[in-house]
Design a protein around this ligand. Sequence first.
Ligand code: FAD
Length: 509
Amino acid sequence: MGEPLDIVILGGGTAGWMAATALVTFLPSSRCRVRLVESEEIGIVGVGEATLPQMKNFNDAIGVNEAEMMRATKGAFKLGIEFVDWGTKGSRYIHPFGTHGTADTAHVFHHRWVRALRSGWESDIQEYSFAVQAARMRRFNFPSTDQAAIDSTFSYAYHFDASLYSVFLRGLAEQRGVIRTEGKVREIVRDPQSGDVRSLTLESGESITGDLFIDCSGFRSLLLDKTLGVAWEDWSKWLPCDRAFAVPSERGEFTPFTRSTAMEAGWRWRIPLQHRTGNGYVCSSSFIKEEDAAASLLRSLDAKPLAEPRMLRFQAGRRVVSWEKNCVAIGLASGFLEPLESTSIYLIQVAVLQLLPLLPMKRIDPRLRDEFNRLIDMEYERIRDFLILHYKLNTRDDAEIWRYCAAMEVPDSLNHKIEIFRHSGIIKRYHGLFSPPSWLSVFVGQGLVPEGYSRLADTEPEDDMIAGLDALRTTIRDKVGQMPSHDDFIADYCAPESPLAAVTEEVRP
Ligand SMILES: Cc1cc2nc3c(=O)[nH]c(=O)nc-3n(C[C@H](O)[C@H](O)[C@H](O)COP(=O)(O)OP(=O)(O)OC[C@H]3O[C@@H](n4cnc5c(N)ncnc54)[C@H](O)[C@@H]3O)c2cc1C
């Protein structure tokens, strides 16, 4: 079988520890040795606090006990994202983690809804989403495992303290064999012939050699950018925000959803955790002064701030390739898309899981590298389009940034999606993040109701169809009414030695 592959991970933020834990969990130690270098002095970004439902699959796959993780990270549950003032000022909708309609009618549901609207009947599409209704009523329970049940039509994600999540994963990874080295990288040594990275030299003088290097050094991108000079593709003409101000506040309303409120030069997040609320203002320095943005964030808080706002600079975009020579960048070292749809940790997860089957034996075959780059490009571009959609569809006229975004040219791939939906309600399904229910909630939430609908919605008489919609709305309301409150659920689930946690771990799929 030959020598094991020596993998060196540079960086111990969310990206570094997710990669390290997955590698030692899925690969036998006889086939690969994993070493991680990080510097406490440099620290981590630590602001990624909202996730997507895919995170649960990742945690399950690496053998994380959910209740333990929730306790350790002061976590909460998330059923979606509420967008306030995005379409127009005063508007409010939720992008839920789930479908509209029942499990078996979800694919045709919105066409029925449009048909009913066109006949003069009026109703809010959000009333037919189980996840939206649960979020609005601040309720939570795990989805039913009965695929036909209305309460099986949603999934959930987490809000957590990202710094604590890294610490939690570090514990697992070290137990499973990852060797951690504390130290600052001073120099990166390359092979003069191949250009591959051979070793990292720390300030202590220690040299760490490897066959494959994973660059998780965050915005610094020490290997991919600073050493290999991989070019950056700038997407700021579509996503103009380039600053974030983050500030924690005392615990306020404990919503089972993230809130994103459109502001004068960007948008503001609100993420409730067990012990505090995370807040931040993502804005464009072309449209607001830094001191005004920080002041505006503080004014908007619904509870007492616990620190001064901390500023982070970034640009939307990504490295043109994520794998170059013997270095693979994961996390912020590979690119950045603003956290409007909580996608960064998802991108880490995807990169880690795509890398696993493509890991080389010892010599790197370019076909493995090209396939990885193709998959990551696709994920980035699909998420980029979905984020741009939120800006493009705004109809606000009260601030320069919103006028700019409504008028901007968008990528052809997105334009096509918008136009086909506008015409007939069709949402093209593709591989990658954000399936039709997500696109539907943002299209309609921001005021784009299709002109037509699919003939598949014409199968029953109009009165019967409308009676069915009314009955569904009542069923959802009744069922949601039987759920515990999110507050109570977390108090039980995260209590030390909670019997609820033990039972649910046993019975859940
Ligand atoms: C404002 C903002 C809000 C965000 N919100 C979300 C969100 O809600 N949801 C989401 O999914 N994502 C979010 N993200 C993204 C998320 O924070 C990151 O994707 C995630 O934290 C991963 O970061 P990382 O591990 O790539 O980098 P970092 O956390 O920056 O880690 C970098 C690591 O590299 C090490 N390092 C760097 N240089 C050296 C050196 N010379 N020697 C040794 N070690 C070194 C550091 O010590 C550190 O361990 C947000 C990001 C920002 C900026």
